[in-house]
Design a protein around this ligand. Structure first.
Ligand SMILES: Cc1cc2nc3c(=O)[nH]c(=O)nc-3n(C[C@H](O)[C@H](O)[C@H](O)COP(=O)(O)OP(=O)(O)OC[C@H]3O[C@@H](n4cnc5c(N)ncnc54)[C@H](O)[C@@H]3O)c2cc1C
Length: 383
């Protein structure tokens, strides 16, 4: 389908496509196996200015565009969902600074992030606070010119590898969700260490790690916005980043579909390529149609965010929910088309299924996305 992309958007898509084919596809299986962090690929992405797509021009970026970020993330994910998320998670960690940082904070942190010299991470989730983010226990106590952070974050993408962390902590436990605040932390700050590195089903090139704060001293000027704004920062960040997760899902699904078509033309059974069976053609037709429907929703949502439309939470949740459910289904069917060979690690398709699964879980599970959509629907209809 022709989405009538601008010349600039086509250029970004082509550039990301080239990086994916030349630099990512050849090493995807290696990083999936070793779980090393793909710094060599991130260096190439940095040199090509793709980290600038979520950073304003006045701070060294190319201008904030969720559409451009989605186009790049989708193309990178076609070759490897794990490597692509190392890139996209830096946007997640950077958005709080872009959206709520003051000029000094932006000047200090954004130029290096725009060039990919440093990458970012976002720390919200804790062992006992996943879907219920309001249950976070990490505290930030003001002491003179500093905040003292104590607590543990877990499952943090880019943990240990990122230099910059945007972290949500409670500054006033008595105020519930209104008592949370957002902070910018730097790797190496006293009292900030890393714990367990997770051994995962998929996106294995991406590091998922625990962040540990033990009387970690954070300068007061690293508070983002005001005390009590932590969950607003989080929600507004997710509104911008969820289309990116959806784009990751689109890319993984597109990659899986292409592998399925290719395999179906090569595999001969009953004396014919399996692509000649209508049962296989119908599967491929449904996969392609659902993928295009998901893509239309994701691009429409990204354009809405870029146009500054208010209250995009519902649409952002819809894009993430639909694209990730469709992606998991497409990867499952693509593996089915590979038959028993698809179940083996000799073929790349099993990795796509493993990588797709996470898009239904992180940045809010798809049950939580349905809660957001349902509540908004009821609210709107009650007007
Ligand atoms: C690989 C990976 C990377 C991640 N990266 C980050 C990151 O960079 N930063 C970060 O802060 N977090 C990150 N996360 C955390 C992620 O966002 C959480 O795992 C997710 O929000 C779910 O929380 P949970 O795992 O505690 O599951 P739980 O909240 O315990 O949920 C368990 C199940 O219950 C369901 N459930 C819970 N509440 C409801 C409800 N009200 N209605 C219906 N169903 C419900 C859930 O949908 C799920 O199926 C990452 C997680 C993973 C696995």
């Amino acid at each position: 389908m022709d989405y009538l992309l601008t010349e600039e958007q086509k250029m970004i898509k082509d550039l990301a496509h080239k990086i994916a084919e030349e630099k990512i596809r050849p090493v995807a299986a290696k990083y999936d196996k070793t779980e090393e962090f793909p710094w060599d690929v991130l260096k190439v992405i940095g040199e090509s200015d793709l980290f600038g797509l979520f950073i304003p021009e006045e701070y060294g970026g190319m201008g904030v565009s969720v559409t451009n970020l989605c186009l790049a993330t989708e193309e990178l994910s076609r070759a490897c969902g794990g490597i692509a998320v190392c890139y996209a998670a830096s946007a997640l960690g950077t958005f709080p600074i872009v959206l709520f940082g003051n000029d000094a904070q932006k000047r200090k942190y954004l130029p290096d992030l725009a060039k990919g010299k440093k990458i970012a991470a976002f720390g919200l989730t804790e062992p006992e606070a996943g879907s219920d983010a309001s249950a976070i226990k990490t505290t930030a106590r003001k002491e003179g010119s500093h905040y003292i952070l104590n607590g543990t974050k877990h499952f943090i993408t880019n943990g240990g590898e990122a230099e910059i962390y945007t972290v949500i902590a409670m500054t006033d436990k008595t105020r519930g969700a209104r008592g949370a605040s957002a902070f910018i932390l730097e790797k190496g700050m006293k009292g900030f260490t890393f714990g367990k590195k997770e051994d995962k089903l998929g996106i294995r090139a991406s590091t998922t790690m625990e962040l540990i704060f033990n009387d970690c001293k954070v300068p007061a000027e690293n508070l983002l916005s005001k005390e009590g704004m932590g969950f607003i920062v989080t929600m507004k960040t997710f509104d911008m980043s969820r289309p990116g997760v959806a784009a990751q899902a689109l890319g993984i699904a597109q990659g899986a579909l292409e592998l399925a078509v290719k395999y179906s033309r090569q595999r001969v059974q009953f004396g014919k390529a399996i692509s000649s069976f209508q049962g296989i053609q119908w599967m491929l037709a449904d996969m392609a149609t659902e993928l295009e429907a998901a893509r239309a929703l994701v691009y429409a949502c990204a354009r809405e965010v870029d146009a500054g439309v208010k209250d995009v939470a519902r649409d952002s949740a819809m894009a993430k929910l639909f694209a990730s459910d469709v992606a998991f289904k497409i990867c499952d069917q693509a593996l089915q088309i590979h038959g028993g060979y698809g179940y083996m690690k000799d073929y790349p398709i099993e990795k796509y299924l493993r990588d797709a699964k996470i898009t239904q879980i992180y940045e809010g599970t798809n049950q939580i996305q349905r809660n957001i959509i349902g509540l908004q629907l009821i609210k709107d209809l009650a007007k």
